[in-house]
Design a protein around this ligand. Structure first.
Ligand SMILES: Cc1cc2nc3c(=O)[nH]c(=O)nc-3n(C[C@H](O)[C@H](O)[C@H](O)COP(=O)(O)OP(=O)(O)OC[C@H]3O[C@@H](n4cnc5c(N)ncnc54)[C@H](O)[C@@H]3O)c2cc1C
Length: 416
């Protein structure tokens, strides 16, 4: 069967790309080995992060490095096999984390983030998914005075870029979240114009259903091989062989694996996170996602229960689950809310697709005509899926592009 465009990967990114292309009259096939939104785009914290105008640099100050070294932190842990395999990407990450680079990177990054809520809104409306969205922000809770004051200053600077916040005293926090025990905290920042999704996987599925309603096709099968074929592409899956004029790789942390046989090797590396749901009760109901910024975890009100999401674990994709970080986080979470009954017997884990310069790869592959890349969105791929979808649609259809994509091309790694 031949399509105008095939998109590989039905996470938030690939589904949004397929949606935009189909809406603009392309005949699209969306391929995923699972149903849409079943991997990283299922298990995340569900925040559409309008406030995320800053990237996540590698710690460079000796004091910060010393804190990470014992590998006991709750926000970030590392495993030696991953450090070894991704050493070059990590070295680049360290270099890009210098203050002068971060300033430039953040300017480019912000050209994507500024569109996030508006772009999601268009798709939410089309997909009739309003029931999954809460627009009352999320709360960043602080335990230490110096870090809190620094965060408040940073928040104030964000106003110029359209990020709205309100600084909360402890009584104000308690008023918003009467079930929380905030002993040990000193205050919080309420990010007002970010959104909370009550079931991230269901939002991707709603977008995918909207894509199908526009006559888009989905195949649940695993891509085994990608071959150039005339001016287009041949995609060999475990189910069938498909042909297309254009091919988009949007397979999140698996993307590099798919393009390596075509001669690409981008420094994409995974940052794993875990989650566990607890039954919602009258005693632990929360109205916002609560982030313990010092311990590095999120407590989110989800349809499945209260979702506790961990920070980052630098580990291999194929590594066994290591529940040490989640257990450490749960000890803190259970002091804030009564979390008694686990919903699943086994916690979920999934990997953020990260690039060393903290920016996604969006645009033409560089070496092959009609091959497009859209991956590496790191900590904010759920937020940035829809704007990425719009950009790829505009590029493929040769239209003026909403965002200057020169900062996001795969070619930026060509000389490294
Ligand atoms: C714990 C945690 C919390 C997070 N919280 C947030 C948050 O609050 N807000 C935010 O914006 N982001 C958040 N993120 C990041 C966000 O989840 C990711 O950036 C985003 O989901 C990546 O989307 P994606 O579509 O690129 O990848 P994915 O959702 O992983 O989708 C890739 C798809 O490709 C498919 N695939 C791979 N290989 C093949 C193959 N060979 N054949 C067929 N299909 C294939 C997979 O099955 C998968 O469905 C979080 C991440 C984690 C881990």
């Amino acid at each position: 069967m031949r399509y105008e465009v095939i998109v590989i990967g039905a996470g938030m990114v690939g589904t949004s790309i397929a949606w935009h292309l189909q809406k603009n009259n392309s005949k699209v096939l969306l391929i995923d080995k699972k149903s849409p939104g079943s991997e990283t785009s299922y298990g995340n914290a569900g925040l559409i992060q309008r406030e995320a105008i800053h990237v996540h640099p590698f710690p460079r100050q000796p004091i910060e490095l010393l804190k990470v070294l014992p590998n006991k932190n709750t926000d970030i842990r590392y495993r030696w096999p991953a450090l070894l395999r991704y050493r070059q990407a990590l070295l680049q990450y360290w270099r890009f984390s210098a203050q002068s680079s971060v300033q430039k990177i953040e300017k480019e990054w912000q050209t994507l983030i500024e569109h996030c809520t508006r772009e999601h809104q268009e798709m939410i409306t089309a997909a009739s998914a309003e029931n999954l969205i809460r627009r009352d922000g999320w709360i960043e809770m602080h335990r230490t005075e110096a870090k809190f004051q620094a965060a408040v200053e940073v928040a104030k600077n964000g106003r110029a870029q359209g990020v709205e916040h309100h600084v909360l005293s402890l009584p104000e926090l308690k008023k918003l979240e009467p079930n929380g025990n905030f002993e040990g905290f000193i205050g919080a920042i309420h990010w007002l114009n970010s959104w909370q999704v009550s079931n991230p996987g269901a939002l991707v599925k709603a977008y995918a259903k909207s894509f199908q309603d526009m006559q888009g096709s989905i195949c649940e099968c695993s891509v085994k091989e990608i071959l150039p074929s005339g001016d287009g592409w041949q995609i060999i899956t475990d189910d069938d062989i498909f042909y297309s004029d254009h091919l988009v790789i949007a397979a999140g942390p698996w993307s590099n694996q798919l393009i390596k046989p075509l001669g690409y090797d981008l420094p994409l590396f995974p940052m794993r996170g875990y989650h566990q749901h607890f039954e919602t009760t009258h005693q632990n109901t929360i109205n916002h996602s609560l982030v313990d910024i010092d311990k590095g975890f999120v407590m989110g009100p989800m349809q499945q229960g209260v979702r506790i999401t961990t920070g980052a674990e630098m580990t291999l994709m194929e590594a066994e689950k290591d529940l040490g970080q989640l257990s450490a986080v749960l000890a803190f979470a259970k002091k804030i809310l009564p979390l008694n009954d686990q919903v699943e017997s086994e916690p979920w884990c999934g990997s953020r697709p990260c690039m060393p310069d903290m920016k996604p790869v969006i645009g033409a592959s560089g070496k092959h005509a009609n091959l497009w890349f859209a991956f590496g969105h790191g900590h904010q791929g759920f937020t940035l899926g829809p704007i990425t979808g719009r950009i790829i649609e505009e590029l493929i259809h040769n239209k003026p592009v909403t965002v200057d994509v020169s900062a996001f091309g795969a070619q930026r790694f060509a000389s490294m």
